[in-house]
Design a protein. Sequence first.
Length: 197
Amino acid sequence: MTVDEKHYWRCAVCEAVLLDDTDLPPPDREKAHYLNHENDPDDPHYRRFLSKLAEPLAARLYPESSGLDYGCGPGPALAAMLRERGHRMRTYDPFFAPDADALAETYDFVTCSEVAEHFHNPAAEFERIDGLLKPGGWVGVMTCFRTQDDRFAAWHYRRDPTHVVFYKEETMRHIGCRFGWDCEIPAKDVALFGKPL
């Protein structure tokens, strides 16, 4: 489909909608857009928003688990929230925390809050996340689940120029099947994946 002169593809298998490679934003524009986000780790409203992922994920973790906030952005609030709960956190972001050492370890859990919609190659990114996760670990993803096709053109989430892939609950379940992860949807726009031991 074409919307606002951008070309999108819908996967017939997993229901994801992806922006065509020719329309992907270049890195400099992408980073400039992220710098406009107001993701203050001390903002109580932002913390309340992130708690939609943090609360159900934390309920499934052992004390002092090791975690990676994958795509933490310039203000890693979710990492701070989980650190406050006693978990050992590292952060990674290709623009704001490009620490290759963080990608050389494995973790009890990996979080992707408002990140998966930015993946230019989602299959490769989820493959990497699987490699970062210990057996028995958890992946927590929060992203606005895709609206119906007839509302897609007007959907606010699509209009963000850095949002390039859109998922439905069915997509999340497909991702879980692809990697052998158990998939739970504990709240709207949140998916938790458990990697078997």
